[in-house]
Write a protein that binds this ligand. Sequence first.
Ligand SMILES: Nc1ncnc2c1ncn2[C@@H]1O[C@H](COP(=O)(O)OP(=O)(O)OP(=O)(O)O)[C@@H](O)[C@H]1O
Length: 535
Amino acid sequence: MDAERQKVSELQANQLSLSKELAAAKSQEINQRRELVFFSDEIDSMKKVHAREVMELDMDVKKRDREIRELSEDLRVCRGDLEREREAVSALKTTISQQSTAHLTLTTQNAALQSQATALQSKLDSDSNTLSELTLKLESAQKEIASLKREAMESETVRRKLHNMVQELKGNIRVFCRVRPRMKEELQANMIFPDRRDHKEIALYSSSESATGQERKEVHTFSFDRVFESDSTQTEVFEEISQLAQSCIDGYNVCIFAYGQTGSGKSFTMEGGSTAATAGMIPRAVEQVFRVAEFMKTKGWEYKMEGQFLEIYNETINDLLGKGEFDKKKHEIKHDLKTASTRVTDVNIIPLHSPSQVRSLLALAQSRRSVAATLMNERSSRSHSVFTLRISGVNVGCPAGNSGEAAVAGTGEQCEGCLNLVDLAGSERLNVSFANGAEKERVRETQNINRSLSALGDVIAALGEKGEKGDKHIPYRNSKLTYLLQNSLSGNSKTLMVLNLSPLAAHLGESLTSLRFATKVNNTTIGTAKKTKAS
Ligand SMILES: Nc1ncnc2c1ncn2[C@@H]1O[C@H](COP(=O)(O)OP(=O)(O)OP(=O)(O)O)[C@@H](O)[C@H]1O
């Protein structure tokens, strides 16, 4: 029992200790629970802090991420910039290296140029010495030129006098005879040229039947100032005439006529063909006048030129340079005795500036004549054409030259010349006794032509007689042609008649008549030519 009591006490002690332990455990549990609450509060607050910190960290991380992205972008841009800068630097390095080479070259060149400049400076010094010597020489040469120019102008006056003296000695009326070439199949007249040296003679052989029925052979010899055979060129003929163009520039009235039957070569002689070699006396004379006028500028002369081109058909004047196809105006001839000049009313007077302009005027006149020809009959054979070139000049001196030559004062001398180039109507005679109907107009034309050509012969003959006696009446008014040319056919002018001859046997009779007329003209001597105006 003791044992049992022992045991129960032990058990009780155990229970007590266990109760104590339980109480202790319970208070420990309470404490622990308190602690647990405390810690769980703490944990909660720590969780809250942690959550805030996590959030803040999260935001921070995001911010950093953004910053990193921005920085990466910046870095990328910077890398691009850097790459470009590197390239620029490398290009600049190349440029610098090239520039250094160029600089080196320039330095070398500069050094060479400087040494050249030094050499040039010393040459310049020596040249300026030479220049001052040359300037002195130039001044004296210019003085010499001015005095030579004066001398040339004086000698020009002497030359003009001498030239015109020579022309006077040759006679103020001269006659040339020109035979045109024979065309294929044409039967040639028996014609010879005995004077092979001076070319002044022509002889024609004719045969006729005498009263007793025997053949009578005759030789007709004529001599003129010059005879041109059929192979003569326009240049050869003009050589003889060119002196007259000079006289016209010197202030004389000049008249050149082409006389001869239809088809004998008058138009060919005066107007010529379209090539330079075949150009006739009109274009050549005009060119010569322009050439001489240009040359005379160096001698202080200044010229003005103007031209008119008229046709005389059936004793009426037509303006070949008019505007319309036909000239319906009535023209009158007016003479100014004081200046010995002639004007025709209402005609076109064209200022002339160049030979080419004259060529176009001639072509215009030619076309107007052709229109007239198709509407009537062969007009050029049935009318006289008169081309007039008027020249007025004054000696104004020479201006100072570009290279410093002194100006030379003009002499104030003036002159006015006139060049008339006349293509006469065909000189052949027409048998008027059988004329009827349409032929009548032809007869009228022929009578007018014959009248004006014989009036021309009469005027020339009267001028010749006046030369011998002094006070003879000159019948200028007997035809429009002679009245128009009055001032160019007086004793104060120079006249040349070119007798154009056909080489044909069929034309022998007409040729003899023409040769006799021309001989009459050739035997006329007109008084001394005078300038139309001079001071
Ligand atoms: N010297 C010459 N050389 C070459 N051909 C010429 C010569 N003379 C005249 N002829 C020619 O002869 C023909 C007649 O000449 P041109 O027309 O000049 O005669 P014309 O006398 O003026 O006649 P018209 O009175 O009909 O006008 C033309 O074909 C012309 O080309």
